[in-house]
Design a protein around this ligand. Structure first.
Ligand code: NAD
Length: 493
């Protein structure tokens, strides 16, 4: 089945092409890049890479399309988003197979989580297009919210489709036109997404896809004078480069960057629930989520119980072939991630953290593929490197505290501020801790994922918000028209 995804894209000619102005076209140069299956370390496909010239052509197409798309009626845009949503669900299995192949997600996880949550972003965008009050009135002013323009969207490999739909859905709903540059490491689901957009009947130029490297295609988008906004998700390193490249042309730059999210387990928490769910959350997607709660901050007096429960939870993981239904955790997505995880496990051991489970090397029985051992360190100090740096892999740090004040201090003790969790039976106490944590989201007692919840970072986790109404509003400008009408006139939407 996996190879049939590649076969399907190859037969259609889409592995050789980029999608510009409503058509699949050959890029300017013959440059290509291999897509590696992280479970075998073998190439499974090659994709054509675009160049700065291809970006320029895509931007021209997007600018041309903006003239009509930005003034199209919001309900008509909602209708097209509805078609995109339906087509993603119809092709959900293809997407799941593609994601599993390109970044190693266990097929069950890809089916149940990666793809459905990606579709949800399009549904939310559709609903926002239907209901958002684009024109409001204040006194004699009309406040008009209108599309910011041509948007360059740069996405990573960890939740490949989900990151694409979060950006593309909101941008299109707002009336923006887009040039998407997905991660060159996970381009297959992006090609399938472009097919969906094409089949949904979007006008030419509204959506363009230029595959390519960050340094060529990503940088060309960031510095292009006719791109009005860049929305970037990825490393802090590249996010800073994008902002620097965008600065001379005064673009809006939205950045979703790294995280080192805390999970504060309060003294009254039910550990039998709080710990296993915390372990599951930290290792979800093999730890490759920017908001993964990778620092479990626990009462020192209860450390032995926490350790026992954490070990028990991790021992239930089945690490292996992502194609197998039984697998809960596949490999990490690429060689660079594998090396990074190994390096950080080594650093944790050298720093004197207590290795509860996992460690260096591959799990037993797996001698190739980017498989890592689910690793839990206990007795971690907040100043250790493994407590400060994003590892982006299956590594959890358990950090003990002596008072709730100290727990909050540890929670805030990194340069990041993306996600956070608080566990406790006394809701008032949990809310009080949530109020003191400096991050864009705080989850109390593991609520269900909510695609309407704005997501984004404090501090070096980024700027701006994605998802929900706030994510949609990032793609809007505000125009105040003064002297528009009498203050007593009824407001309209
Ligand atoms: P990355 O930042 O290198 O790549 C993300 C995207 O940015 C890719 O599309 C890439 O091609 C592009 N890019 C890279 N350099 C660029 C540049 N100079 N200009 C414009 N675009 C550029 O991240 P990665 O290699 O995919 O992952 C490395 C690290 O990033 C991870 O270890 C993790 O810490 C972090 N990360 C964070 C998230 C998140 O959701 N916040 C997602 C993936 C990775």
């Amino acid at each position: 089945m996996n190879s049939s995804i590649v076969e399907r894209l190859r037969r259609a000619g889409h592995l050789d092409r980029i999608f510009v102005d409503g058509e699949w076209v050959l890029p300017e140069t013959p440059a290509r890049s291999a897509v590696i299956d992280p479970s075998t370390e073998e190439p499974v496909a090659e994709i054509a890479l675009g160049s700065a010239r291809d970006v320029a052509e895509a931007v021209v197409a997007a600018r041309r399309a903006f003239a009509t798309w930005s003034v199209s009626s919001a309900p008509s845009r909602a209708l097209l988003l509805d078609r995109i949503h339906a087509l993603i669900l119809e092709r959900a299995e293809l997407f799941a197979q593609a994601i599993s192949l390109e970044m190693g997600a266990a097929i069950g996880f890809a089916r149940l989580t990666q793809v459905p949550s990606a579709a949800e972003h399009i549904r939310v965008a559709r609903d926002n297009a239907r209901t958002y009050p684009f024109v409001t009135h204040r006194g004699d002013m009309a406040l008009v919210r209108e599309a910011i323009g041509v948007c360059g969207l740069i996405t990573p490999w960890n939740w490949p489709l989900y990151q694409i739909t979060a950006k593309v859905g909101a941008a299109l709903a707002a009336g923006c036109t887009v040039v998407l540059k997905p991660s060159e490491l996970s381009p297959l689901s992006a090609l399938l997404f472009a097919e969906v957009v094409h089949d949904a009947g979007l006008p030419p130029g509204v959506f363009n896809l230029v595959n390519g490297s960050g340094t060529e295609v990503g940088a060309a988008l960031a510095e292009h004078p006719d791109v009005d906004m860049i929305s970037f998700t990825g490393s802090t390193r590249a996010g800073v480069l994008v902002a620097q490249a965008a600065a001379p042309t005064v673009k809006r730059v939205a950045q979703e960057l790294g995280g080192k999210s805390p999970n504060v387990i309060l003294p009254d928490a039910d550990l039998s629930v709080a710990v296993p769910k915390g372990v599951a959350a930290a290792f979800r997607n093999v730890g490759q989520s920017c908001s993964a709660p990778t620092r479990m901050i626990v009462p020192r007096a209860r450390l032995p119980e926490v350790e026992r429960l954490a070990l028990e939870a991790a021992s239930a993981f089945v690490v292996g072939d992502p194609r197998s239904q039984q697998t809960t955790h596949g490999p990490v997505a690429n060689r660079a991630q594998f090396n990074r995880v190994q390096e950080m496990i080594g650093i944790g051991m050298a720093e004197g953290a207590q290795l509860l489970c996992g460690g260096l090397g591959r799990p037993e029985g797996l001698d190739r593929g980017f498989y890592c051992r689910p690793t839990i360190f206990s007795a971690v100090h907040s100043q250790m490197q493994i407590a400060q740096e994003e590892i982006f892999g299956p590594v959890l740090a358990i950090i003990p505290y002596d008072s709730v004040d100290e727990a909050v201090e540890i929670a805030n003790d990194t340069v990041y501020g993306l996600g956070a969790h608080v566990q406790g039976q006394d809701l008032a106490a949990a809310r009080a801790v949530a109020a003191r944590i400096r991050s864009g989201q705080v989850h109390i007692n593991y609520p269900a994922w909510n695609p309407d919840a704005p997501f984004g970072g404090y501090k070096r986790s980024g700027n701006g918000r994605e998802y929900g109404i706030e994510g949609f509003e990032e793609y809007l400008e505000t125009k105040a028209i003064l002297g528009f009408q009498d203050a007593s006139a009824p407001s309209s939407n």
